[in-house]
Design a protein around this ligand. Sequence first.
Ligand SMILES: Nc1nc2c(ncn2[C@@H]2O[C@H](COP(=O)(O)OP(=O)(O)O)[C@@H](O)[C@H]2O)c(=O)[nH]1
Ligand SMILES: [Mg+2]
Length: 90
Amino acid sequence: MGNAFPKKMKAQILCVGLDNSGKSTIINTLKPTKEQLKELNPTVGFQAEQFTFNSILFTVFDMSGQNRYRSLWEYYFDVCFGSHNCKKNF
Ligand SMILES: Nc1nc2c(ncn2[C@@H]2O[C@H](COP(=O)(O)OP(=O)(O)O)[C@@H](O)[C@H]2O)c(=O)[nH]1
Ligand SMILES: [Mg+2]
């Protein structure tokens, strides 16, 4: 017999790239309309977002592309895919 309450699919995304390449804009577009920001400011450090898209619960780490914050990329790669628990850092 099937499960009447199937577990929601989850995805954890680490979004990295050069500054001003449009990362935050893409993430903002994926969010439900009422949660979308009208105006985006440059990301400082990183921004953690959680939203549902196509019935999948996304946790997205939107990393700043600025040179001085790029050392965080490696750390959050480990947070998302390594030994850390992502929920502790959200
Ligand atoms: N022309 C154009 N501008 C974009 C596009 N995507 C984002 N932008 C603009 O590029 C700038 C940087 O976008 P942002 O999402 O903050 O980049 P991030 O630093 O990678 O997060 C903003 O002024 C956006 O409005 C695009 O597809 N085309
Ligand atoms: Mg950004």
